[in-house]
Ligand binder design. Structure first.
Ligand code: SER
Length: 318
């Protein structure tokens, strides 16, 4: 059956690039982008676009019926740092949207759901190195609480109502086309923009803060790959650990200096340091690699070169 896909949160960091990739695979008219506000011209012009508040089940359902949607990718969310400023809003957005989409699947309007969890579902009491798939999970941020709760809701809807929902625990996602907003891992995106624009960067995390990260292209591929896997291969219905690299700000700065030798960085840790310190430093994703053949392509070095090449070309064009 050919899929008709709805992406909720398509103007965001992951949603934008995911939508474009899905449009190349499934055809642009088969992928409906949506967000609470208009997106950039590429998103709006490359296929159908609908304004949807992801917490409004009836609004989602209306679009599902209008296009005959078969799959929803739910990417709308409030990230960790903003979530600490607006705890109730973060909980409301992250949970209401998930339950709305799961209910639409339970009512059989759609056959498949994608929803991302995060390394934020772990907490200060989780093992920090090679954090296992199954371990202590006591998150200390509202974002993390919404992710661990969401994971159990996904599993519950799968067990109880046979909903085919699939999920990945994303590490920090590094991109250059769209910037993230309100996350703790965002420094790893900003550093590239500042390196190209100004040659210097002030980092809000300590130089030795090691966190799991992944280049956007790998994250988008993993997302589509888990959705295309045969259902029997998906043995985890909470969310899969997913990993590519683990890096510190200092290591990333060294990598940038390979291309921009005069690049300088200084460190001024703020409240986000505490969030970062509560998360794993590296992730064991053996289960994803075994169950549905996950493998990443980009290393810190190939990623940095690719981003800097693109941002420098963009600067010359502007
Ligand atoms: N990138 C997210 C954040 O920093 C973690 O999933 O909030």
């Amino acid at each position: 059956m050919s899929q008709i896909i709805l992406v909720l949160g398509a103007s965001g960091q992951i949603g934008g690039e995911l939508t474009q990739k899905l449009r190349t695979i499934y055809g642009s008219t088969h992928v409906i982008a949506s967000d609470i506000r208009n997106g950039d011209s590429l998103l709006m012009c490359s296929g159908p676009f609908e304004i949807i508040d992801a917490t409004d089940k009836e609004a989602i359902l209306a679009v599902v019926k209008k296009y005959g949607v078969t799959q929803i990718y739910l990417l709308a969310a409030m990230l960790s740092a903003t979530g600490e400023k607006y705890p109730k809003k973060a909980w409301d957005l992250n949970m209401t949207s998930l339950l709305a989409v799961l209910d639409i699947a339970k009512e059989k309007y759609i056959s498949q759901v994608y929803w991302p969890s995060s390394i934020a579902a772990f907490g200060p009491t989780s093992p920090k190195i090679n954090t296992p798939q199954k371990t202590i999970m006591e998150p200390s941020t509202v974002y993390g609480i919404s992710k661990i709760s969401g994971e159990f809701w996904c599993n519950y809807y799968h067990e109880k109502y046979d909903v085919d929902v699939r999920s990945l625990r994303y590490p920090g996602i590094i991109s250059w086309k769209t910037k993230p907003g309100g996350g703790t891992t965002d420094y790893a995106v900003d550093i590239f923009f500042k390196a190209v624009e100004q040659g210097s960067f002030e980092c809000f995390l300590r130089e030795d803060t090691r966190l799991p990260m992944m280049y956007m292209e790998d994250a988008v591929n993993a997302t589509i790959q888990i959705m295309q896997a045969t259902p029997e291969d998906i043995t985890i219905r909470t969310s899969y650990n997913l990993s590519a690299m683990d890096i510190t700000p200092k290591e990333l700065a060294e990598e940038i200096k390979q291309t921009i030798p005069n690049f300088t960085i200084n460190y001024r840790p703020d409240s986000r340091q505490k969030i970062a310190d509560s998360w794993p430093q590296s992730i064991d994703d053996t289960k994803a690699r075994k169950d549905w053949n996950w493998s990443h392509k980009f290393t810190i070095s190939s990623m940095a070169k690719d981003i800097l090449k693109n941002l420098q070309a963009q600067k010359v064009k502007n």
